[in-house]
Ligand binder design. Structure first.
Ligand SMILES: Cc1ncc(C[n+]2csc(CCOP(=O)(O)OP(=O)(O)O)c2C)c(N)n1
Length: 626
């Protein structure tokens, strides 16, 4: 780091700079972000694309008095760096360090917390209304990407903003990318605006004309810019936004700071809802990220020179195993179709989409629609598999309940990133799904102990006539051999891994192996535990649990989910209903709080979800009850 950036400790400092210096600052920030993220990993491409708009916003507006609300929040690295967090930036996404997303506790410039997409316009509108009711004067700006704009929530907010005629500014940061290429009618519409031949031609003609004037001076350039802006207003390519009650300004080059500043200044003096459409390049300024913005969306630490990340690839991830298995199953069953909400790579469906393009649907960032759409596909006789990260499935709770479970439609939910996800922190941990899904009637819920069992569960789910969930973790499997032929498993039947007399450990999903190891370590201390791979959270293997409760008298449940409402609660409720509440029960899982960011292994260690942690807790329980 050198030069101007060293002097920037708060947004006020950038207001002293001229345009030349602002441009230099943008380059310094870029270099600093690349250098840091190469070491830590993180959301590189989105943040690189948003450097100029970040500087322009902080140049023209007065944060934190004026409120800048970032959608998703993964593009805020430049914002963090110029709002007093430059020195801490190297700690980003690490335990105890800066969050990768806006956090209110981190800075007064982080106005509204995000991580899940498409919330910014709603939040901005709420803040604008609150401002008006107390006669405030501050400006409220939402910055939303073209990907995030595909969610219904963003349109619900625009619909309401147009009605309320609220004074807000929405900056639409259009880079034509979600994580993968943005898809859908809105994406096509935006790209038509980009490409509008009428608009482009007039603008290009104008540029050409200006170039013919020799020795074009500073003054003339300003005039030219003004003409370009006015032309842009006149042509109003954003009719959809205009119809929603927004004044549409754009499209503008989102990497031209001077232009951005002048547009923002104009928009600042206008009234009502305004939308400024800017065009940016995801990964801007780092060739590898520009060329492969999807990989550099959320990237592992990488070598700056080669763009390569070092990754151990011997054991497949659960996601990879899901992707491979669903292809195998789809070859045998032509009714299988798959759905993703804008995450074909993240959910392991890219290969499927190439092999079965007609049977694959990327619906955009629209989890609610994805689920109801799947309900419709199932009602029409297909076997839809919806692959969604646990944390984003939270959005679609009512759709699962109302549009799938109530109608007993055979939709398979492939719930990826169940449990601790790590560095993305509070907004992304998939730790509530077992609890919120368990309460739904007609739903089968299973979670595999390893990648081979994941395959078995997928087959079981697909062949089952009612809705089902297969929930699996982020990261690599355990590295066990994979059966060539995929066998179904019996619904509601747990797997006894180890018999014992002193207590029974009932574990689910990725907690099964650590529990078995804990039992082996406890054995050396004279505690003889049974270990059960529950496989099913719903239906529970009641007979086995009842038998163990009678025989051992002590039950410990282990799950990577919040304790409230999860496996422990299910077992407790079941024993109570059978009049067996005399058994000593202890639940190991996650506490009743949001789990911060940090590496999954460190978090598991701190939360007692390793084999040592489980053994320690069990010893403690034993000491207490004797
Ligand atoms: C509700 C929800 N679903 C999925 C995601 C995962 N996700 C994070 S960023 C992103 C793409 C966002 O695209 P865009 O808004 O255009 O921003 P860009 O990264 O292109 O700057 C997705 C799908 C999310 N954060 N929230």
């Amino acid at each position: 780091m050198a030069g101007i950036l060293e002097e920037i400790n708060e947004p006020q400092d950038i207001k002293k700079l001229n345009m030349l210096q602002l441009n230099q600052l943008a380059e310094e920030i870029r270099a600093f972000i690349i250098e840091t993220i190469a070491r830590t990993g993180g959301h590189l491409a989105s943040s690189l694309g948003a450097v100029e708009i970040t500087l322009a916003l902080h140049y023209i507006f007065d944060s934190p008095r004026d409120k800048i609300i970032w959608d998703v929040g993964h593009q805020t690295y430049a914002h963090k760096i110029i709002t007093g967090r430059r020195d801490k930036f190297k700690s980003i996404r690490q335990y105890g360090g800066l969050s990768g997303f806006p956090k209110r506790a981190e800075s007064p410039h982080d106005i509204f917390e995000t991580g899940h997409s498409s919330t910014s316009i709603s939040a901005a509108l709420g803040m604008a209304k609150s401002r008006d009711l107390r006669n405030g004067k501050e400006h409220i700006i939402a910055v939303i990407g073209d990907g995030a704009l595909t969610a219904g929530l963003a349109f619900e907010a625009m619909n309401n903003a147009g009605h309320l005629k609220e004074n807000i500014i929405v900056v639409l940061n259009d880079n034509e990318m979600s994580i993968a290429r943005n898809v859908g009618a809105i994406a096509s519409y935006l790209s038509r605006i980009r490409m509008d031949p009428h608009f482009i031609k007039v603008r290009d003609d104008l540029r050409w004309l200006l170039k013919q004037i020799p020795a074009i001076g500073e003054k003339m350039l300003k005039v030219a810019r003004n003409i370009e802006e006015h032309l842009t207003y006149m042509m109003v390519p954003g009719v959809i936004f205009e119809a929603l009650g927004f004044t549409y300004l754009g499209p503008f080059d989102g990497h031209n700071i001077e232009l951005l500043c002048s547009i923002l200044k104009k928009a600042k003096d206008m009234a009502g809802p305004r939308l400024i459409h800017i065009l940016t390049r995801k990964g801007k300024g780092y060739q590898f990220a520009e060329d492969d913005a999807t990989r550099f969306h959320g990237v592992l630490p990488f070598d700056i020179e080669t763009g390569e990340s070092e990754e151990e690839k011997t054991i497949p991830t659960y996601t990879e195993m899901f992707g491979k298995t669903i292809i195998e199953l789809a070859r045998e069953n032509e009714k299988i179709v798959t759905i993703t909400a804008a995450m074909p790579d993240g959910t392991g469906l890219s290969e499927f989409s190439k092999i079965f393009p007609e049977r694959f649907f990327d619906v955009g960032i629209a989890e609610q629609h994805a689920v109801t759409f799947a309900g419709g596909l199932a009602a029409g006789g297909l076997r839809p598999v919806v692959a969604i990260y646990s944390t984003f499935l939270q959005r679609a709770f009512d759709q699962i309940l109302h549009d799938v479970c109530m109608q007993k439609l055979p939709v398979v939910f492939a719930v990826d990133r169940g449990g601790i996800v790590g560095e993305d922190g509070e907004t992304h941990q998939g730790i509530f799904d077992l609890s919120f899904l368990r309460i739904l009637p007609n739903l089968i819920i299973m979670s595999p102990k390893d990648e081979n069992e994941l395959r078995q569960m997928l087959k079981t789910a697909i062949e089952h006539p009612t809705p089902s969930v297969v929930r699996y973790s982020r990261g690599r499997g355990v590295g066990i051999p994979i059966d060539k032929k995929i066998e179904k498993i019996e619904i509601g039947k747990a797997e006894m891994l180890r018999d014992g007399t002193d207590l029974a450990i009932l574990a689910i999903g990725n907690m099964v192996y650590p529990s078995r190891l804990a039992a082996e370590n406890l054995h050396a201390l004279g505690i003889n535990s049974a270990v059960v791979n529950m496989r099913f959270l719903k239906p529970l293997d009641e007979n086995l649990i009842e038998d163990l409760a009678r025989r051992c008298g002590r039950i410990v449940t282990v799950e990577e989910n919040v304790i409230s409402g999860g496996l422990g609660s299910a077992v407790l409720e079941m024993l109570m209903s059978k009049g067996l509440s005399g058994a000593v029960i202890h639940s190991i899982g996650l506490p009743d709080r949001f789990i911060e960011h940090g590496s999954p292994s460190l978090l598991r260690e701190k939360l007692g979800l390793t084999s040592e942690g489980i053994a320690r807790t069990i010893q403690g329980v034993f000491k207490k009850v004797g």
